[in-house]
Structures are given as C-alpha cells and as structure tokens.
Design a protein. Structure first.
Length: 294
C-alpha cells in the first residue's frame, strides 16, 4: 500500500512514498507524459496518482494530487492505514454514530468510516477539500445513506461551526507541528463530549513533539490510552475519552479494548522530546491518570 515515509514537515516528493503491495495506477499525466515519458513527476510541480487499497473489506481507489499546492495533505500516510487497520481488527461498527475526521488529507479514513455506516463529516484545510470530494465521489456509492459531508475545519479557528459531542472523532497523522498543538487541543475539547471517543493514529516522531502531545498535553484534558502499536513503523493508535468518565462511551464493536488496569506516569517534557521510548513500554496503559484531571 502506498504511503509516504518520514516527516510531513515538508512537501512530499515524487513517488518517494510508494510502499510494497499497492497497485499503483498512473492517472492524468496525459500530455506531459508524451513529452517526458520516463517520469513526468520529475518535471512537473504537481502530479496525480491513484492508489488502490483493500481496507475493512472494501476496495478503495484514492487519488493523491502530489505537489506544492497540497503538500502534506496530498498522500495517504501510514498512520491512516494503521487507523483503518485498527477499525478492521476491532470490527468497529459506525452505524448510528456521528463521526468527524480532522486533517483528513485524502479522506481515506473518513470514507472507510462512512462505508462502515457512520454519519461522517470529513474535514481539513480548504485547500484539501477538492481532493477529498474527489475521493468521496470515487468511493462512496451515491446510494449510501448518510452520505459523508466534506467541510473546512482549521483547528482552533472554525470548530465553533461544528456541533459538540460527536460520537467519534478521528485523526491520522495530525500531530506533527508543535505550534498547532494548542489549536488541535482546543478543537478536540470542543468536539468531544462526555460520551465521545476519539481515535488518533500517529507516527511517533518525537522530534516533532508526538510524545509530548500524547503523553503530556493530551492527558491534561483527556483520558488517553494506547490501544495499538506498530513498533516496526513506530505508529501508535490512541483511544481518547473525556475526564472524568462518569458514563461509558458508545459501544463501537465487540472487541473494543477496555481501559487497562495499570496507570502510567506522566513523562516530563524533556523526556518526551528526548526520545524516551516510554510508549512501547506502556502499550495498553493510560496516560496522565496519576493525578486528578483538570
Ligand atoms: C500528515 S497529513 C495527514 C493526512 C491524512 N490524515 C493521512 O493520514 O493520510 C496532515 C493533515 O493535517 C492537515 N492540517 C495541518 N494543519 C491543519 C490545521 N491547522 N487545521 C486543519 N488541518 C490541518 C493537513 O492539511 C493534512 O491534510
């Protein structure tokens, strides 16, 4: 399956991210290909690519418009595939659930959630919406109800236009810019109600603050459990719920992991950014529960 490697801090270059197993189809290189038949991507600022995935029993064709305009929003990132893998492993059922995806990029995660029955709103910065709409059109049958909505949501700015208390909030590889962490937290605090479950998948780039976010900042506001870890790819999936958890969250499927019995400790900011590998040691643990939540 195609997915870019490395950090999303810069723009993703030509095909650098194609991984094993994906059946790639070149699409739309058209006239340019006739002039530069070997690799039009070397000469073009932007090039489209279509990748195929089989996720949760569905075949998907995902367009990715690589180039300076979309930047990191263009590709399908590994964390998105990991999150869909988690849906599959846990046999999550989104029927009857209101779902919102943040920083959707291609929209692949929200599309899968919609195909699994969710009433889904897929969001990102305005520049990415056209690509997401294209992928919704390609992959969601017109007969599916409810149809996913695609809307602009810039973290910390427009969340007020969205209702509070979604059943499920989804995000894949949206934790990589420390300056956006307060904005993202504000948005999560708006969207998550007492019964919400957020599922956040992250490539654990500690140099970009992923450890700090999930082990220190997020637990100050939410109960944060590590529910899946791919050590080889260094990708974690966190289940995030509101403090205090007076009532159980919505049932998402038969196999949804229950909170672990052991409580983790909160690492210091220095430890988190210094690459302390506490996450793997605490897989299945709860972060920030060693003191009363705010
Ligand atoms: C690394 S990409 C991940 C895309 C997709 N979730 C995936 O995993 O394939 C990060 C995404 O976050 C979005 N993003 C970055 N900053 C944002 C902000 N301030 N508000 C909303 N979205 C943002 C980007 O546009 C991009 O789509």
């Amino acid at each position: 399956m195609a997915a870019p490697r490395g950090a999303p801090g810069g723009h993703v270059g030509a095909r650098a991210g194609a991984g094993a197993g994906a059946e790639e189809l070149e699409a739309g290189a058209g006239a340019l290909e006739a002039v530069f038949p070997r690799d039009p991507a070397l000469f073009a600022d932007a090039f489209p690519e279509e990748s195929r995935y089989r996720l949760c029993g569905r075949d998907l064709r995902i367009a990715q418009h690589h180039g300076a305009r979309l930047g990191v929003a263009a590709p399908v990132w590994e964390a998105a595939l990991a999150l869909c893998g988690y849906f599959e492993e846990q046999r999550l059922d989104f029927r009857g659930k209101s779902v919102i995806e943040l920083g959707a990029g291609t929209g692949i995660v929200g599309i899968v959630a919609a195909l699994l029955g969710g009433d889904v709103t897929i969001t990102d910065l305005p520049v990415a919406l056209e690509q997401i709409r294209e992928n919704v059109q390609r992959n969601v049958p017109a007969t599916l109800a409810p149809q996913p909505r695609v809307r602009a949501l810039s973290w910390g700015l427009d969340h007020g236009a969205f209702p509070r208390g979604y059943d499920v909030v989804l995000g894949a590889d949206i934790v990589y810019l420390p300056e956006t962490f307060p904005l993202l937290l504000r948005t999560l605090r708006h969207l998550c109600g007492p019964r919400s479950v957020a599922l956040l998948a992250a490539k654990m780039r500690r140099e970009h603050g992923a450890g700090l976010f999930f082990e220190t900042l997020l637990p100050q506001h939410f109960r944060t459990e590590l529910v899946r870890r791919d050590a080889e790819q260094d990708i974690n999936v966190y289940r995030v719920t509101c403090w205090p958890r007076a009532e159980p969250g919505p049932e998402l499927g038969p196999g949804l992991p229950q909170p672990a019995a052991g409580l983790g400790t909160v690492p210091t900011v220095t430890e988190a950014l210094a690459g302390d590998s506490g996450v793997s040691a605490r897989a299945g643990g709860v972060y920030g529960a060693s003191r009363e939540p705010p």
